[in-house]
Design a protein around this ligand. Structure first.
Ligand SMILES: Nc1ncnc2c1ncn2[C@@H]1O[C@H](COP(=O)(O)OP(=O)(O)OP(=O)(O)O)[C@@H](O)[C@H]1O
Ligand SMILES: [Mg+2]
Length: 379
């Protein structure tokens, strides 16, 4: 394996890393090409709690210098043994603004001038302060969306009456955010070719070729991100200001214990029946879950009503979804297939790691998706 120094001496590495700077921890995944496939070389995580004086598993809001330091520590971690500086980095969903806008069906050239003007209606800061990106959401053959959003069949209408509108996914990132991430990367001598909003990285790592709508449920520390993807295209997204850390605080409050103890309890018992000293941990966890599931069901219902289609499955990702016993409980709630996202199944991994990767996998969905994209760029 090439040494970390080789990269700085200009030797081209065939390995790449994906870096996900979450609110509670930084995750890194290193991949290498093996024929047409990707091989997992290493992966690792570093909790940010200790850098902010809070316990492991809690969300932080660190200044850039501390993030730079933490990332440096993770990249230098001997056990993780990262050996390349070719990287892709995620931008948190919360630092982006995403919306679907409706535009007339005009040429790409016209859209290029029209979209920034239209975007002003949706973006609360001057357009010059953000980087805009957009993509056309291709229409289903059988689907046509009138302005009120209800799907109706217009195939028998005369051509002139057909709505000549198209949906555009508009994405904006504040230039300050991009500058901050560029700084984090350069201060760590990383050769970063892209920054990607975390949802897109997750989509790459956990979705297969399904054409029916799928909901991805990413339970992080501070927030839970919900997004619905259809035919590989992001259709709608939400963020809920509660995550796995909310469960920890609820346990800590209910039992009058410290956050670090509550964190251990959450991970150890989860939703299982085994409870320490007759304490009902599952019941407390369930309260936060009920809130999240209600929100998720509302999002599902909205989508199903608007597009007249049902969500075919829910994929659970994020560290919070490693909660013991979550899958069957979620299954009951969603009344549709629920699966733990397993990003590592997209890459070649050593067989002896199978069980571990299945458990920790959901937490690395973003980092793995980034590494996959960076790898494609090596060609
Ligand atoms: N086995 C487990 N059981 C329950 N919760 C867990 C387990 N492992 C990790 N968690 C929780 O998952 C959360 C971290 O998940 P993740 O790493 O996806 O979040 P993040 O990316 O740092 O946060 P965010 O996406 O909100 O910025 C922590 O709150 C942690 O307590
Ligand atoms: Mg996250």
């Amino acid at each position: 394996m090439a040494s970390f120094l080789d990269n700085f001496l200009g030797k081209q590495s065939s390995s790449v890393i994906g870096i996900d700077i979450g609110s509670s921890s930084i995750k890194v995944v290193q991949l290498r090409k093996k024929g047409a496939q990707a091989l997992l070389e290493t992966y690792g995580e570093l909790s940010l709690g200790p850098y902010a004086g809070v316990s492991v598993g809690q969300a932080t809001n660190l200044p850039p210098e501390k993030i730079i330091q933490a990332l440096q520590d993770l990249l230098a971690e001997k056990e993780v043994n990262v050996t390349t500086n070719l990287a892709g980095i995620a931008i948190p969903y919360s630092s982006s603004l995403m919306t679907v806008i409706e535009m007339p069906t005009v040429s790409q050239r016209e859209l290029i001038t029209m979209i920034p003007i239209e975007a002003r209606k949706y973006i609360p800061v001057p357009i010059s302060e953000v980087s805009l990106d957009w993509s056309i959401i291709p229409k289903n053959k059988e689907e046509s969306l009138p302005e009120d959003g209800t799907a109706t069949d217009t195939t028998n209408m005369p051509p002139l009456q057909k709505k000549q509108m198209q949906d555009i996914l508009l994405v904006a990132i504040h230039n300050d955010t991009l500058a901050r991430y560029t700084d984090i990367a350069t201060k760590n001598n990383l050769r970063t070719s892209f920054f990607e909003i975390e949802l897109f990285s997750t989509m790459r790592s956990v979705l297969d070729q399904v054409t029916t709508p799928v909901m991805i449920f990413d339970m992080g520390a501070a927030t839970t991100k919900l997004f619905i993807v259809e035919r590989g295209i992001l259709r709608t997204s939400y963020t809920i200001n509660r995550g796995s850390q909310s469960i920890t605080s609820a346990i800590a409050k209910s039992f009058g214990i410290e956050m670090d103890k509550a964190e251990v309890m959450k991970r150890q018992f989860g939703l299982t029946d085994t409870t320490p000293d007759g304490l009902n941990v599952a019941r407390i966890i369930q309260l936060t879950l009920d809130f999240l599931f209600t929100e998720a069901n509302r999002a599902i219902l909205n989508y199903e009503k608007k597009y007249n289609k049902s969500i075919s499955k829910v994929l659970l990702v994020g560290g919070g979804s490693s909660l013991k016993g979550l899958e069957p409980v979620a299954q009951k709630n969603f009344q549709t297939e629920v699966l733990g996202g397993n990003p590592f199944s997209k890459v070649i991994t050593p067989a002896f790691l199978d069980e571990v990767l299945k458990q920790t996998g959901p937490q690395f969905a973003v980092a793995l998706g980034l590494a996959l994209r960076r790898l494609q760029e090596l060609e």
